[in-house]
Design a protein around this ligand. Sequence first.
Ligand code: SF4
Length: 205
Amino acid sequence: MQQDFSMHKLDNNPVAHCSGCPLQGETIVPYLHSRASGGIMIVGESPGHTEIEIGQPFVGRAGKLLRDNIQAAGIPLGHVFIANSARCMIDKNRLTARDIKDVLRHCRPALVSAIHEYKPFLVLALGDIAMYQILGIKGITQQRGKVFYSEEFDCGCMPLFHPAYVLRGKPSREPVFLRDLKWAKMHVYVKPLTMHQVIQERNLS
Ligand code: SF4
């Protein structure tokens, strides 16, 4: 697999908090960690089969769509931190809704510590599960594209469609996805505003 992101595996105490998790003992796929901080952090749902095989997040078909669109949006790859809501695969055919909630609860501390370490300006939460994991809210179709301020993390959080949903859906979803990424890039790297200004501008537009 081509390593097109100059990132480093974050691997400090990977199994802390796993005790009692419904996925305890499954393969853990670590986050990809940019050495820069204060930029964009992307949080997905969980690794799939390809990610487990390769050992990195977002390297399957949905990952390719994500990476292609990050590049098309002009987001500097070496400044992005890529994480997941759960570091083991959430198989929705095998797990109940209650199990999934339990997995997210167990895996959240690792994500929280990564966010505190990276200190992103903006977290892009891909899909319903990531939005729930970061902000505790649901309803991606209604919330997509808005910017929320997270008091817990002192940063913005913008929910986006999950790339797997973009892949499955109508062709019109990819331009929306790219537009959201371009907007994020503009306000994090090109025309930096305060988070308050970002939220005002985005949510009033
Ligand atoms: S999902 Fe997270 S908490 Fe659960 S076993 Fe995997 S790494 Fe541990």
